[in-house]
Design a binder for this molecule. Structure first.
Ligand code: RIB
Ligand code: CA
Length: 314
């Protein structure tokens, strides 16, 4: 059965790959893309979403603007990873057709209305800070019954963070929103750094995908060439974790992944550990499990799937 999803994102190089994977898959119907401030400002993330959908000639996908900042903290962006635009890369600039614009409806209202409009519960797939999702739940908590599952990229359960030693970027940017989602009672699956750092792109993979030689694969290669620079420097390796597409790959074939249902709560205030996803892996706190934390992936299966799907695009 085709899964109907809203992809809430902050494009972002890896968000771009998640968008392409979702757009290509016959198992997924994108109800809309909602954008949030994160990797770059909202002005940039929404423009980047328009660029990505224009490049793959999917301007039928409607894009909505959400929150420009977290619930309580000021926005922190990741220009050191994605460049100032949020989608820096070499190669030709992407032209957005003048008729392809951000929808007038706010992302939060779109999420709420789509939840109520669809007979079957839908999937929310956030790959940026969880601000839009939290605002939607705060505005109309009845949508909880209309959401099949929230599969989100964020957190670091048993591993190091990437923006601080203890926190992953998406959760760090808006820890308050993360706790609203974690305490919502909605079925949750967390694609944190524990698993995304087991799905690493490298030059061999980039070259193999580039050989597909369509616009999407060439775009993928250009994105990864830029995106790899930061990871090469920080991790002193030629491997770069492909975080956000893990969310979409999970919806297409969850057998690629493995994890455990545990309790996760987020530190909101500590200067030292803000954004830490405190994960009760051993059940010592007796807190009710609220999230399936994914820690394992079959990287070979993932990249085989990614190449197959990108080849289907323009
Ligand atoms: O920590 C990685 C996450 O933060 C990814 O979603 C990346 O796109 C950024 O949003
Ligand atoms: Ca992202």
């Amino acid at each position: 059965m085709v899964k109907k999803i809203i992809l809430d994102c902050d494009p972002g190089h890896d968000d771009a790959v998640a968008i392409m994977l979702a757009a290509a898959s016959n198992d997924i119907q994108i109800l809309g893309i909602t954008c949030v401030g994160g990797n770059a400002t909202l002005e940039n993330t929404k423009l980047n979403a328009l660029k990505i959908c224009s490049l793959i000639e999917r301007t039928d996908i409607k894009i909505y603007a959400g929150s420009s900042k977290p619930l309580k903290y000021d926005l922190i962006t990741a220009a050191h990873v994605h460049g100032k635009s949020g989608l820096d890369k070499d190669g030709d600039p992407i032209v957005v057709d003048a008729s392809y614009n951000i929808q007038k409806e706010n992302a939060v209202d779109f999420i709420i209305n789509e939840c109520h409009k669809n007979i079957d519960p839908i999937y929310l797939c956030p790959t940026g800070p969880l601000t839009n999702i939290a605002l939607s739940l705060q505005k109309d908590s009845s949508i909880k019954e209309k959401i099949k599952e929230i599969v989100f990229m964020g957190g670091a359960a048993l591993c190091l963070g990437n923006i601080t030693p203890s926190a992953e970027f998406n959760i760090y940017v808006d820890p308050h929103a993360a706790n609203i989602v974690l305490n919502s009672g909605i079925p949750l699956t967390m694609m944190g750094l524990d698993v995304t750092h087991k799905v690493n792109v490298n030059n061999e993979i980039i070259e193999n995908i580039k050989k597909i030689n369509n616009k999407a694969s060439i775009f993928f290669a250009e994105l990864m060439e830029y995106y790899s620079r930061f990871h090469r420097e920080l991790y002193a390796t030629d491997e770069s974790p492909l975080h956000d597409p893990c969310v979409i790959a999970y919806l297409i074939n969850e057998d690629i992944f493995n994890g455990k249902l545990v309790n996760v709560q987020v530190e909101e205030n500590s200067e030292l550990t803000r954004g830490k996803t405190v994960t009760d892996w051993l059940g010592v706190t007796k807190r009710k499990p609220n999230c399936k934390v994914i820690t394992e992936a079959n990287a070979k299966q993932f990249f085989t799937l990614l190449a197959k799907e990108l080849a289907k695009l323009i």
